[in-house]
Design a protein around this ligand. Structure first.
Ligand SMILES: [Zn+2]
Length: 247
């Protein structure tokens, strides 16, 4: 079965580079861990069940469909605060005390600001999810061998973007009253990448305090691990060599 995916990607961020003179307070108290905010969601869905592979659906189709959807939602969530994420306010791609660098196709390390980093992420992911050879939409077209490693790469970078929104732009997200959306998106995303082992847990440690609060309090039901959809691992990691991040 071929799932329908929405391939369009509209860049509706407002123009950047508008200096607002505001510097993000680097390591103050983590506002996003305050109970009054962590309990805010837009739905009570049981995401643990929602992310599980439905019996009739091919694993790659499921990964492709979900990855594409997360890309759109995370891009949209970022766009709500992008006017505050400028080369001045976020001179590096920082998440808590960790700094990420972008690597070009040749593996060359690129020093960049957070908005530049997010731009690299979004444009390279958009290129992948709209590439018919990587994310095929036509009936009968096969997924490439590198598909899983590419999905893993995409998820890792989308995680960086989500984590940056929390660590540097939670105040703005609160002011816009979009923290319920952010929490919901984060919970759904984390449970999805866990279900299919898409991101190395070491990579997400940086947000473990939040993950713990959001993903365990969401009323996880005790009915086991589902229909054996997790734990797929392919050895095709060659394509994942590029764009490795550094702490
Ligand atoms: Zn920023």
């Amino acid at each position: 079965m071929r799932l329908k995916r929405n391939g369009s990607y509209t860049l509706n961020r407002k123009s950047k580079g508008k200096p607002n003179g505001k510097k993000p307070a680097p390591e103050e108290k983590k506002l996003y861990l305050e109970p009054e905010y962590t309990k805010s969601r837009i739905t009570d869905f049981e995401f643990k069940e929602l992310v599980m592979l439905p019996r009739e659906i091919d694993l790659n189709e499921w990964l492709a469909s979900n990855t594409t959807t997360f890309f759109h939602h995370i891009n949209l969530q970022y766009s709500t605060i992008s006017e505050f994420c400028t080369g001045e306010s976020c001179q590096t791609m920082a998440v808590c005390n960790t700094q990420y660098y972008w690597y070009d196709e040749r593996g060359k390390k690129i020093k960049c600001t957070a908005p530049q980093y997010v731009d690299f992420v979004m444009s390279s992911v958009q290129k992948l999810v709209t590439d018919e050879d990587v994310f095929p939409t036509k009936y009968g077209k096969e997924f490439p061998n590198s598909f899983e490693s590419l999905v893993k790469k995409i998820c890792k970078y989308l995680f960086h973007v989500l984590a940056h929104i929390y660590s540097s732009h939670f105040k703005e997200t609160l002011a816009l009253e979009l923290h319920g959306h952010l929490n919901t998106l984060y919970t759904h995303f984390i449970l999805f990448i866990r279900e299919f082992n898409l991101v190395d847990p070491k990579e997400t440690t940086i947000m473990d305090d939040l993950t713990e609060v959001l993903c365990t309090s969401s009323g996880s039901s005790s009915n086991g691990s589902g229909n054996g959809s997790s734990g797929s691992s392919s050895g095709n990691s060659a394509a994942a060599q590029n764009h490795v991040k550094e702490r």
